[in-house]
Design a protein around this ligand. Sequence first.
Ligand SMILES: [Zn+2]
Length: 321
Amino acid sequence: MGYKKSVYTVVNDEFRRRKEKSVSEKSKREQEILMHIPELKEICDVIKSTGTELVRTVIDGGDVEIMIEEIKTKHITKMEEKKRLLIAHGLKEDEMEVKYTCALCEDEGYADGKICKCYKKALYNEAFAQMNFGAKISSHSFENFRFDFYSEENDGIGVSPYERMKTVYDVAKKFARNVEKKSNIVMRGPTGLGKTFLAVSIAKEALKNGYGVVFYTAQNLFRTFERQQFNKDMEAEDEINEIINCDLLIIDDLGTEFITQFTVSCLYNVINTRILSGKKFIITTNMTTEELEDKYSNRIVSRILGECTLNEFYGSDNRGK
Ligand SMILES: [Zn+2]
């Protein structure tokens, strides 16, 4: 399903605005130039009239080819005259043309039947802005992940935290590249070992790859459901639609929120619906399986874990390092 509807709405509005601005700036520039160089007016009128002239020639018939050649030559001659005049007055030869933000697609968003790079980039930027990551985690990305925080010493379970993180990092990176084909992920381990860091990195990379990603802390996720249920908040209703249908849902820090029967049933509905429709999710948590079961029941936890790759985080707290 790709990015949220609101992302496309904002970007399409922006492109329409850009185009209108470029065209209106061109008209303004043209008028100013014609005031300073009045002899350009006649040349521009001839250039403008060649299109109509071409159409008329074809309709009228006769020696069409020769006449078309004549009109073309006249057009080229007048275009050159125009350029020369502009340059002679210290202006650029394309000063009277529309200056689009993207010359490739002329701010249409697509060119040669393909989506233009500028449009893809604008979508990503907007999708990113709508994620509301905040300054605190703005630097979280695969490139900035620090392996040197993890000890290379064997921890008695066969691998070092460093080696384990290499594997977890790899799983995360592959996941972000091919969301729909991978299994859901649970990242589990004590606070300060980089779970949120990796989850945000996945979110950013998946967004870049065109996936619609929704990122919530568990607390905010359930608050959204409460707003919809108890305050009949329409905005929350749209958010829930995204939570259910987006390509990738990330729930950060599950288990730290205040748990009620309502949150338990919300979690079950979200996860179950997404599993049934094949939509992916990632959950980070500090809780052990038993702790989660105490909070959410055995039924929900086994439903989640049964559909996930479990990635355990080991080591000592990295915050402040
Ligand atoms: Zn473009």
